[in-house]
Design a protein around this ligand. Structure first.
Ligand code: MG
Length: 219
């Protein structure tokens, strides 16, 4: 990787989140490719760890990264739950608010001109969406309904050759929840994607070109 990547990885290492460095490096490399096709989107911004990797590659290529999150935290991040972090808790409103941390990350990383946060739910953001995408990164809610909704909302916007990437795919059920994996496998079974090798917990699919098969009329 180039010197620019080293700076990006160092920045991302300072950001809260659940993305491993090999996953970040892969997202960066795939985005450099995908951004030739069009803008990119991620579902699940949290504090911007993955947005640093994807956004930096988008910035290099001159396209936008849209990052969607309601910023009120997932089920596991609520007070008393396993992944609760007091720094994400807003005493005034009495709820999780990770948006200020995302904004700090984007400013520190110099990505405010490239990464556009959409502070809402996936199903709201997708209404009237008409922009074809080069990359869709699904890293939002971990329930089956949530992951399925994110897949169904955004995969239809993906350009041929674009990447559909799922985070938190665990082949061993003892290591993590299986809902994202079930949706990843559903995508694979659709026949719309080619499967690329996994990197850590990233499930990577590439949208196939549409092949028009002409029927020969036999007499
Ligand atoms: Mg994740």
């Amino acid at each position: 990787m180039n010197d620019n990547y080293k700076t990006i990885a160092a920045l991302a290492a300072q950001v809260k989140g659940f993305l491993a460095e090999d996953e970040g490096e892969t997202l960066y490399a795939l985005t450099l490719e995908a951004a030739k096709l069009g803008p990119c989107i991620e579902i699940g911004s949290f504090c911007g760890k993955s947005a640093v990797y994807i956004g930096a590659a988008c910035q290099e290529k001159g396209v936008t990264l849209f990052t969607i999150d309601h910023h009120r935290g997932s089920e596991e991040q609520q007070p008393g739950q396993l992944y609760f972090d007091a720094q994400t808790y807003d005493e005034k409103s009495g709820e999780i608010n990770s948006l200020p941390l995302l904004r700090d990350t984007l400013r520190t990383a110099g990505l405010e001109d490239t990464v556009a946060p959409l502070v809402t739910w996936s199903k709201v953001a997708v209404k009237n969406w008409a922009t074809p995408l080069g990359l869709v990164f699904i890293d939002g809610g971990h329930s089956y309904e949530s992951a399925l909704n994110d897949y169904q909302c955004w995969s239809r916007c993906l350009l041929p050759g674009g990447f559909l990437i799922f985070h938190d795919i665990y082949m061993d059920a003892a290591k993590g929840g299986q809902a994202p994996r079930q949706v990843y496998e559903k995508a694979l079974q659709s026949g719309d994607f080619d499967q690329l090798p996994m990197v850590n917990t990233l499930g990577i699919l590439r949208k196939r070109d549409i092949v028009v098969v002409e029927k020969k009329v036999c007499c």
